[in-house]
Design a protein around this ligand. Sequence first.
Ligand code: A3D
Length: 320
Amino acid sequence: MARKKIALIGSGMIGGTLAHLAAKKEMGDVVLFDIAEGLPQGKALDLSQCGPVEGFDAKVTGTNDYKDIAGADVVIVTAGVPRKPGMSRDDLLGINLKVMKAVGEGIRDNCPDAFVICITNPLDAMVWALREFSGLPHNKVVGMAGVLDSARFATFLAWEFDVSVKDVNAFVLGGHGDTMVPVLSYSTINGIPVADMAKIKGVDEGRLDEIVKRTRGGGGEIVGLLKTGSAYYAPATSAIAMAEAYLGDQKRILPVAAYVDGKYGLDGLYVGVPAMIGADGIEDVIEIDLSDEEAANLKVSTDAVEELLVACKQLDETLA
Ligand code: A3D
């Protein structure tokens, strides 16, 4: 059987980390693409030289030509610009929308059968635009945010309760912005609801609220510390988990920015929901019961995503 091909559009901080993880896990041969000349080639050469030490045979190549992504099985998109301190994700809209146009067309012309994972911010709007520009089916284009936001939530809960992160199952829904909805009612410590665990550990509600708040601002906290860009290790590893679910037909239920049409009262919107990833891409969107408060918070979040789409359509009339 031929090796799988993983194309990474954008070879910056997340792109390079993705390439390293994909090669090390032997998910397939890796093609790094970027508009910056020399950057993908240089990273590819450096990463290839990890092979003898780490023992992988995956080929890693770099290119500035979309033709080299032909036939890719998975495409992960990080092309664009990241946030700097003081910027919101939405501030990136204008510049990254133009990038999505070029990337979407490159995918459409070279690997229309790929499973495409978008990471570029503002995520929920960019994945929507990427789908529009590429013309791929909705089930084959998805955004990575919920896996990362849930991992941040899980990390903070594990630290608070002083338990292994392996036992924390935490859940974040909604848009990938300050309105995201960390859902405590579906978050457990190996099946024990967080609220029960909080009572056992003597953690009060105010402290849980602080953890929810820190999760919402989790990306900004890292931007503030790094000063020159945004998080890249955890975003990369989260997208790799989604790619593995697709390539291995794992039927994993992961919180991802999927196209929701009919469920959650939504009418054709990309937003963070639990969805099943298997060989057909997004095979199902799972509609869960939410408390009145959670449903209201989700509505605030989806409204914010809808507002961003209006701005997208104003910026690019081909989208309107
Ligand atoms: P960075 O290291 O700047 O890499 C971006 C790369 O994209 C650079 O190498 C650019 O040269 C390249 N690029 C720019 N325009 C194009 C183009 N038209 N075609 C191809 N390549 C291009 O950024 P990064 O890797 O740190 O972040 C990438 C994106 O991910 C940013 O938009 C971040 O905001 C976003 N991000 C999202 C999350 C989510 O959870 C959704 C988390 C962290 C970062």
